[in-house]
Design a protein around this ligand. Structure first.
Ligand SMILES: *Cc1c(COP(=O)(O)O)cnc(C)c1O
Length: 235
């Protein structure tokens, strides 16, 4: 992978795509698995380079950082996901800047995003972030509170609920993360069985650079990959 200056994005993307293809084959998956390149701390030029190499989905975790980059990113068919915690006071800006918010974690935020989206005349696709590891330090709704939140958000006209997202505990061995991926999938399956109007459970955003093969086996449809594409971050 090399150090920041010498990273070959084309080469990295090729390797990541090979890993994805292999994992899909092993898991017997024929549905789609979308690679979201996570570009926090990645300068605009590198993002454009990845786009030229064919990457279409990008994830940023802070509104403020993306605010500074987005005007230089006139990439016709790029899709920008917000994948980090969003403060309610930035909801309006987030609804303008991003194509989807994959980290919706509270009713309060849902209200703000819904109002902003309706004002802007759009329907904003969202994923609900679940704290699958029940970690104090992590954002996301507790698994026990998920159904209640989903039922409340479902009728919101400015939001289109597409699925779930999780950031499991960081564990060195990818295999150890499996129970958390599985938990997210089961939660989504449980919600899907309820056939709530306005609720789709098509997307599962889970899996990062070191564990996405396991996430694919457990049903991930959106992989959030930073380091394996763009090299090590400064932070
Ligand atoms: C940074 C980040 C990632 C990517 O992590 P890597 O280990 O670099 O692939 C994925 N998801 C979120 C929410 C992130 O903030």
């Amino acid at each position: 992978m090399g150090t920041a200056g010498t990273v070959s994005i084309a080469g990295n993307l090729e390797r990541v795509q090979e890993r994805i293809d292999r994992a899909r084959r092993r898991a017997g998956r024929t549905d789609s698995v979308t690679l979201v390149g996570v570009t926090k701390y990645v300068p605009v030029e590198r993002i454009v380079e990845a786009y030229r190499c064919g990457l279409r989905h990008f994830g940023e975790n802070r509104v403020q950082e993306f605010e500074g980059k987005h005007s230089q990113l006139t990439l016709a068919s790029a899709v920008f996901h917000l994948v980090g915690h969003l403060q309610s006071n930035k909801a309006r800006r987030a609804a303008e800047l991003f194509d989807c918010v994959d980290s919706l974690d509270s009713l309060r935020l849902a209200h703000k995003l819904d109002a902003a989206a309706r004002e802007q005349g759009i329907t904003l696709p969202v994923l609900v972030q679940v704290n699958v590891g029940d970690e104090e330090s992590k954002f996301g709704v507790a698994p026990d509170d998920l159904l209640e939140l989903v039922e409340k958000i479902a009728p919101f006209e400015g939001l289109s609920l597409r699925g779930l997202m999780a950031i499991p505990p960081y564990l060195e061995a990818a295999e150890s993360v499996r129970p958390y991926f599985r938990r997210l999938r089961r939660l989504a399956e449980g919600l899907a069985r309820r056939h709530l109007p306005g609720v789709e459970m098509r997307e599962l955003s889970m899996g990062m650079s070191h564990d996405f093969e396991v996430a694919i086996q457990e049903g991930a449809t959106l992989l959030r990959v930073g380091t394996a594409i763009f090299g090590p971050r400064k932070q």
